[in-house]
Design a protein around this ligand. Structure first.
Ligand code: NAD
Ligand code: UD1
Length: 338
């Protein structure tokens, strides 16, 4: 199969491209490298024994996208490209709506021009807002509390409208919970720009000595140990979920909406302790105020993915931490700058 992957040089994209190549697919990546490093795809090629083609292109660039589609002749598109920092989205909402929402519309129009109508989209558990219950089912009410979340919700609505108007499309909306970890080789992983926003890269940067201590945002939540609970999912399990979802979509038209999570809630303190075991050292942390916009509990009911895709996450918290630590230890400053 020929697959065009937007954002394929990024964190989740690079792990998915590796699995696609290993499964024998031809892969063309479209990425403007605004939040990634071409070294990731070089290493993917080294691991897979063959390479994806990279087009350094913005998904908003009509002509360059036409060129990439003409060259790739894809059977399907996996759409990872997007900006994802919540705080930045509050400061620069227009940039988020242009890049994420207008970018997706431009991609859908390019797909229509090239008669490619099979799409997997990276949504997020953020579309459940502050869930009224856990575990979270796909039909729970949707809401968003910041422009990043709203951009995901808007794109989901656009995809639902598109599918209503053109049922010949085959669309998968995958709602990721909290992707963490790295490929077990330690060669590719998460390489955030500047101070990490997310918990696990922050913890590994403290463990490796780049940062002094982890701030635990809130210890008075209604959770077993008072700290926030999330559904952390190994990035390779997540990538594998895309291959399963792609198989499902290619069976025929339809609209699939699926949680990708483990179904297990892990607290901030449990995560820090698991990383201490993986790294074999203690990780300094201090309890601080809650982070505005955070929810107490967020974990998936992954039943639909199991039932429809035959997919379940197989890597546990210790594997997530061991792999995240191997990546951080072997690449303390991330990918070498180009
Ligand atoms: P990432 O930033 O590592 O990857 C995104 C990639 O898209 C980057 O390589 C970036 O250069 C590229 N990109 C951004 N805008 C582009 C544009 N206009 N044209 C071309 N390329 C562009 O992020 P990630 O963690 O791999 O996330 C991938 C997707 O999954 C994103 O859509 C994100 O919102 C979504 N998601 C991520 C998480 C998470 O925690 N990482 C959780 C839920 C959903
Ligand atoms: C964040 C985003 C969310 C996005 C998700 C995955 C916010 C408000 N939400 O969610 O939109 O979909 O990442 O990319 O940013 N924590 C600490 N100290 C830290 C960092 C985090 O204690 O330095 C805590 C948080 O309070 C939370 C947990 O760790 O309880 C996980 O945080 P994080 O990794 O940022 O993920 P989410 O909060 O789920």
């Amino acid at each position: 199969m020929r697959i065009l992957v937007t954002g394929g040089a990024g964190y989740i994209g690079s792990h998915t491209v590796l699995l696609l190549l290993q499964a024998g697919h031809q892969v063309v990546v479209v990425d403007n490298l605004s939040n990634s490093n071409p070294e990731a795809l070089r290493r993917v090629a080294e691991l897979a024994g063959r390479a994806a083609t990279l087009h350094e292109v913005d998904i908003l660039d009509h002509a360059a996208m036409d060129h990439a589609f003409t060259e790739a002749q894809p059977d399907a598109v996996i759409h990872f490209a997007g900006l994802k920092a919540v705080g930045e989205s509050v400061r620069e909402p227009m940039r988020y709506y242009r890049n994420n929402v207008a970018g997706t519309v431009a991609l859908l129009e390019a797909m229509e021009r090239h008669q490619v109508r099979t799409l997997l989209f990276s949504s997020s558990a953020t579309v459940y807002g502050d869930p009224h219950a856990v575990p979270i089912l796909e039909d729970f009410p949707l809401s968003a509390t910041n422009p990043y979340g709203r951009s995901k919700l808007m794109i989901e609505e656009i995809l639902r409208d598109l599918h209503r108007s053109a049922p010949e499309w085959s669309i998968g909306i995958l709602r990721y919970f909290n992707p963490v970890g790295a490929h077990e080789s330690g060669r590719i992983g998460e390489d955030p720009n500047g101070l990490p926003n997310n918990l696990l890269p922050y913890v590994t940067q403290v463990a490796v000595g780049r940062l002094p201590a982890v701030s635990v945002y809130g210890s008075d939540y209604p959770t077993p140990d008072g700290t926030g609970v999330r559904d952390y999912i190994h990035v390779v399990d997540l990538a594998d979920g895309h291959l399963r979802a792609l198989d499902y979509l290619l069976r025929g038209p339809g609209l699939l909406t699926c949680n990708l999570g483990t179904g297990k809630g892990v607290s901030v303190l449990e995560m820090i302790h698991a990383m201490e075991r993986a790294a074999g050292k203690s990780i300094p942390c201090r309890l601080t105020e809650r982070r505005p916009g955070d929810v107490a509990l967020c974990y998936a009911d992954p039943g639909r993915a199991r039932q429809l895709l035959g997919w379940t996450a197989s890597r546990d918290l210790d594997a997530m931490c061991a792999d995240a630590w191997r990546w951080q230890r072997d690449n303390p400053d991330g990918y070498p700058s180009a």
